[in-house]
Design a protein around this ligand. Structure first.
Ligand SMILES: [Mg+2]
Length: 428
């Protein structure tokens, strides 16, 4: 089930205010009740503002009522605002990158807040970091004293927003404390616990979150939406080759590559080194070798490599095939060209960052990546997994400069679904 709602905790997950809230609480205790150090000994992490006030009032023998807590929190909001102006704190690692890329994803999840902060306090903290407009709904400390109840309220509001009942499986809760892990569990959601706030990774893991990470540094939305899900069943390419179930193999080089090589663009020398990852039985690699290039074909499946070698009798000597894992193995040597045909679409989205890293590692600065991608807007759980032009441009654009892209000739069964992308590896 696709993740439709992601609920973020605030303190220690999105931002670190450096104790602005704790200082504001202490100032209220002193201002309203003349109690210095009134919050000493009170635990703040992962709790609702109301429950913190309740503990303070009870610890000092003060009358505890809804009205009294409201009175406290009204004063708190003003002092919090003051504290945040003096010292706004910082975004947690990875948050800026994550928020910046939300508009680029094709089916963005709804972003909500699940926080013990009262609504006004949450708004002030987020506004101090330009995040106030990023969240369309939330459950807050003034909705309930109990965080698990807040999770149920957030789920209800998410359902109302989407116009249908959401199940917990469609929800990811991101938080930095055991309280976040527990409230996610209370609604059957997956919790991604991040050690950027109250607790260490080790402490968080003791509470069995669906997934845990040191921080969100380097995380993209695909990975976040799939947090805590088992990796999709890996395709056993070797089994498929042994069973000769290789429907993708048309017995010849990709038509787009045949055209590219026969109308070789004059601006580059018609020589150099080429790697073809996911080369299968080697049709594309042989086409490059016959055109005069020094070629290495790589494939995960030993049977594919063996068949590629046996089909290569009579082909030029400067063609080799190796069994290897393009996502994991380091490059043998930087190459002038990397060619791939319908490999990227066979890589599940959570491994695509690794794919782009590998491609950038193989191609020398100024060298070229020539890719024929199979486009499929909807992701049916692959392979082939969903690929869109936008995604290709976004993922490869950082390391490669686009030379051109456009439709290309395909096997009949894929007509109109393939697109050729020519990239130049950026120099730095
Ligand atoms: Mg927190």
């Amino acid at each position: 089930m696709t993740t439709r709602l992601i609920l973020f905790d605030i303190d220690g997950t999105l931002i670190r205010t450096g104790g602005a809230g704790v200082r504001a609480f202490a100032r209220v205790a002193e201002r309203l009740y003349g109690i210095r150090d009134g919050t000493r000994g009170i635990r703040f992490h992962g709790r609702t503002d109301g429950s913190i006030v309740q503990e303070f009032l009870q610890a000092h023998g003060l009358p505890d009522s809804d009205a009294e807590r409201r009175h406290f929190l009204d004063a708190y909001v003003f002092l919090l605002d003051d504290e945040l102006h003096r010292q706004p704190g910082e975004l947690c690692p990875g948050i800026a990158g994550l928020m910046g890329t939300l508009p680029e994803i094709s089916q963005p999840p709804v972003l909500g807040l699940l926080t013990g902060n009262i609504r006004l306090g949450a708004g002030l903290k987020l506004a101090a970091h330009g995040l106030a407009a990023s969240f369309v709904l939330g459950a807050f400390g003034d909705d309930h004293l109990d965080r698990n109840a807040l999770a149920r309220i957030a789920l209800e509001r998410g359902s109302r927003h989407l116009g249908r009942p959401l199940s917990g499986e469609e929800v990811v809760v991101v938080g930095d404390t055991r309280a976040d892990v527990e409230c996610a569990r209370a609604i059957g959601a997956r919790c991604l616990a991040v050690a950027t706030g109250g607790e260490t990774l080790q402490e968080l893991l003791e509470h069995s979150p669906a997934e845990a990470a040191e921080s969100l540094e380097g995380w993209g939305w695909d990975r976040l939406m799939n947090a805590g899900r088992p990796a999709p069943r890996a395709v056993d390419w070797e089994d498929l080759y042994q069973a000769r179930d290789t429907r993708w193999d048309h017995g010849e080089a990709a038509p787009a590559l045949q055209d590219f090589l026969s109308a070789w663009p004059g601006e580059w020398p018609r020589q150099g080194t080429v790697v073809v990852p996911g080369c299968g039985r080697g049709h594309d690699a042989r086409a490059w070798a016959l055109a005069g290039f020094d070629v290495l074909g790589l494939d995960l499946a030993p049977t594919a490599v063996a068949e590629a070698r046996s089909m290569t009798t009579g082909a030029p000597a400067h063609l080799r095939f190796l069994q290897g894992d393009f996502l994991k193995d380091p490059p043998v040597a930087p190459v002038d060209w990397l060619f791939e045909h319908t490999l990227f679409c066979a890589i599940s989205p959570e491994h695509r960052d690794a794919y782009v890293r590998s491609a950038a590692g193989w191609v020398r600065p100024g060298g070229h990546l020539l890719a024929v991608h199979y486009l499929q807007p909807a992701d049916a759980g692959g392979p082939p997994y969903g690929v869109t032009v936008d995604e290709v441009l976004r993922r490869f654009g950082a390391d490669f400069e686009l030379v051109r892209h456009g439709s290309s000739r395909s096997f009949a069964s894929r007509a109109g679904r393939e697109r050729l992308f020519l990239w130049r590896r950026r120099i730095s």
